[in-house]
Unconditional design. Structure first.
Length: 157
């Protein structure tokens, strides 16, 4: 199966075509510095099940910088597994407010609702009043429904 791997360093992004022919393989690819971002199957072109082990800083970078919607959405989902982290909540709030793809904004709303807490609730309440897409607004409302222990949410609902 031909697949592209994108490696981004401070010098920019490079695509490397590889061919996966076994269930488990190791590929060594050159990079001029420590990678800021590595994307296997850039843009999610191949139907697959894959598990990526990245550090929080790598997921945060991917959320902010990946060109493809699917790669940013993957970062949102992965960041949602990191509980009680203010930097993660802030990054998800930024994605909810500013990502160019409504799908990423909606996934960020879902994830904030799952994480809960007063900061997530505040970000969701702000998004309920400012987001222009009906798909995103409905996901924000559903996410707010998951936050039951916040007085501000209960008052607004």
């Amino acid at each position: 199966m031909p697949i592209e791997v994108e490696i981004t360093t401070g010098a920019g992004a490079k695509l490397y075509p590889i061919t996966v022919s076994k269930a488990s393989q190791v590929f060594t690819l050159p990079a001029d510095a420590a990678p800021l971002l590595v994307l296997f199957d850039n843009g999610g072109q191949i139907l697959k099940s894959a598990e990526f082990h990245k550090e929080k800083k790598e997921w945060l970078y991917q959320l902010k910088n990946a060109a493809e919607l699917s790669d940013r959405a993957d970062a949102v989902i992965a960041l949602g597994k990191i509980k009680k982290d203010d930097e993660v909540i802030a990054a998800l709030g930024d994605a909810l407010r500013n990502d160019k793809a409504w799908g990423v904004r909606a996934t960020a709303a879902d994830t904030l609702g799952e994480l809960g807490g007063p900061t997530a609730a505040k970000l969701l309440l702000e998004a309920a009043n400012s987001n222009d897409g009906p798909w995103v607004r409905s996901r924000v409302a559903a996410a707010l429904g998951n936050i039951k222990d916040d007085a501000a949410v209960c008052r607004k609902a």
